[in-house]
Design a binder for this molecule. Structure first.
Ligand SMILES: Nc1ncnc2c1ncn2[C@@H]1O[C@H](COP(=O)(O)OP(=O)(O)OP(=O)(O)O)[C@@H](O)[C@H]1O
Ligand SMILES: [Mg+2]
Length: 317
């Protein structure tokens, strides 16, 4: 059964990356919903390790791009190169032509370079010269960024952030997990490949079809719609929200949240979405899409505070 195989992948990711459930969960949910994932965290929190583990669990190509201040858009997309022997231009595909792409420290490159990747992400194709070239059917970007407070970086514009389905903030492990990490990596931190053969594109496609059959009741639909509405007309729901929110989420967020909830329900062997799934997964989809009023920000209000207030203010239908 295809569900078994995804649950085995979930266990494998959990054994390769200890105690970072939101991280490994987001990778799996992204794979199931055809969504890109943005990871935010300080260095050394197993971001690269997690993506490598996913690459071992899935058949396909894996590429990594380290974003630097001097990277060029064509270093991502590829470029037409003149071949003197053939007296013709030939397209040299860049690293974006892959199945799983780790875009490391995406906020170290200027906007033009970020845009080259983000366009490829939403359009699933690359235009170079006169031709447009499609990306593979399985194409998932996992980007990492330093916490925004760090200086010397180019923060992603809001419009670009919206292209990521999921945003995970990675925290430090607790003391017990840290001890287990020590033991796990003491004899080298090479990843062991999973016991089961890696998932093929056909398996992933089939799983996505099953996810699409998960039931979303009209009451859940209402709940999803009201949550989005409350970010756009916060005054109708709560004074606090009205003070805090500067702009609401896009329909992409609503669609994304429903998909992620269906994927999670499927992975848990359920056939329908429940309100508590919506509440638990909302931060993954909303965190990077809520913009907080600058005066509220100055008082220390964060997207996480706003999401708490949002879940509080919108009743379950
Ligand atoms: N939760 C964890 N489980 C297993 N290993 C871990 C965990 N956290 C950190 N490590 C180990 O810490 C080291 C750093 O991990 P990794 O290179 O994946 O971090 P990173 O988040 O990609 O860092 P950077 O931001 O510098 O790229 C590796 O040796 C990794 O095995
Ligand atoms: Mg890394």
């Amino acid at each position: 059964m295809i569900l078994d195989r995804f649950q085995a992948l979930q266990d494998y990711l959990g054994s390769a990356v200890l105690g970072q459930k939101p991280l490994t969960e987001a990778l799996l949910l992204g794979l199931l919903t055809d969504g890109h994932v943005l990871l935010e965290g300080t260095p050394g929190l197993a971001k690269t390790r997690a993506v490598k583990a996913l690459a071992l669990g899935v058949q396909g190509d894996f590429q990594r791009i380290q974003f630097t201040p001097d990277l060029l858009p064509t270093d991502i997309t590829g470029a037409e190169i003149y071949r003197a022997d053939q007296q013709a231009f030939e397209f040299q595909p860049g690293p974006v032509f892959t199945n799983l792409l780790l875009a490391d420290e995406i906020n170290r490159s200027p906007a033009k370079v970020q845009a080259a990747l983000l366009e490829a992400m939403s359009e699933r194709q690359v235009s170079a010269g006169r031709a447009t070239r499609p990306l593979p059917e399985l194409f998932m970007v996992v980007a990492t960024q330093n916490p925004l407070e760090q200086e010397g970086t180019y923060p992603l514009p809001e419009a670009q952030l919206d292209r990521f389905l999921l945003h995970v903030r990675i925290e430090h492990p607790d003391a017990e997990t840290e001890r287990q990490i020590l033991r796990l990596t003491r004899h080298g931190d090479r990843l062991q490949p999973p016991e089961r053969p890696p998932l093929a594109w056909e398996d992933i496609r089939q799983a996505r079809e099953e996810v699409a059959t998960i039931h979303v009741a009209p009451a859940i639909e209402d709940y999803l719609v009201h949550l989005a509405d409350a970010t756009r007309r916060p005054g109708a729901y709560s004074n606090e929200l009205a003070e805090w929110l500067a702009a609401g989420v896009s329909p992409r967020a609503t669609i994304g949240l429903e998909q992620v909830c269906r994927a999670r329900a499927w992975l848990d062997g359920m056939t329908f979405v429940t309100p508590d799934l919506v509440q638990r997964l909302l931060p993954l989809v909303y965190r990077h899409r809520l913009s907080i009023d600058f005066r509220a920000q100055a008082r220390g209000v964060t997207a996480d505070h706003a999401m708490d207030a949002l879940l509080h203010a919108v009743p379950v239908s």
